[in-house]
Design a protein. Structure first.
Length: 237
């Protein structure tokens, strides 16, 4: 595993652990073979029921099934980086299929953003604002609290775009990046991303990471990110 990918994986798992602290009854389980986010309360939290294969794929799959079975969770995704062809083969043999692909991306800080950005107010925001611009339930992560390692930014008055920045071991991972449909194609996500990276560099972070959908890859490339391989998300259809 390359150093940028190892850093990105560490931050990804740390973000899942942070989400678990914000959701009563949730937890992050981890051993040498898998990291497993278990969010057992309510179908709306299935979006967080993700596991990542880290070591032996057979042992990882057994542990993942066991953890979710004990928690009564029926719907979950198993993440595998495309470099782990052995793990993909094991999951496919077990009847799981790829349901989504995202691109792991990394940036060195400070990153050079575009010279011209949307002229729009950007400021710290509340968890409620972040969830609203993502069109997510207001009580999805009831204990979410911004702090020294978790910051929320939003753009617009009233806010129409937002993101969450989480620091881990000198890497800032970005998540929940979203813009309301009525405000898209105005450069807001790019402006937010560039601002978040500048803030992270000012805090002493030296790298940044995220997972991008196909539609958002251009936004992050414009902010200085490069791709480091795709994650395949496997599930039972």
């Amino acid at each position: 595993m390359s150093e940028p990918l190892a850093r990105t994986v560490a931050s990804l798992v740390a973000s899942w652990e942070r989400y678990a602290t914000w959701s009563p009854g949730a937890r992050l389980l981890r051993d040498a073979d898998a990291a497993i986010g278990v969010f057992p309360h309510g179908a709306d939290r299935d979006v967080f029921n993700n596991a990542l294969v880290l070591g032996d794929p057979q042992r990882a799959l057994h542990r993942i099934r066991q953890a979710y079975g004990e928690a009564g969770v029926d719907h979950y995704a198993v993440w595998v980086h495309e470099s782990r062809r052995d793990a993909g083969a094991v999951l496919e043999a077990a009847g799981l299929q790829v349901v989504e692909r995202t691109l792991a991306m990394a940036a060195q800080l400070p990153a050079a953003g575009p010279a011209r950005l949307a002229s729009v107010p950007i400021a710290a925001a509340s968890p409620a604002t972040l969830l609203a611009v993502n069109s997510l339930p207001a009580d999805l992560l009831p204990d979410m609290r911004p702090d020294g390692a978790a910051r929320i930014l939003a753009a617009g008055e009233p806010p129409v775009a937002g993101l969450l920045a989480l620091d881990h071991a000198g890497d800032c991972t970005l998540a929940f990046v979203a813009t309301l449909p009525s405000a898209r194609r105005r450069g807001l996500a790019t402006a937010l991303t560039v601002r978040a990276l500048a803030d992270a560099a000012a805090r002493g972070c030296t790298t940044a990471s995220l997972q991008a959908t196909l539609e958002a890859e251009g936004v992050y490339r414009a902010a200085g990110f490069v791709g480091i391989g795709r994650f395949r998300e496997y599930a039972i259809r």
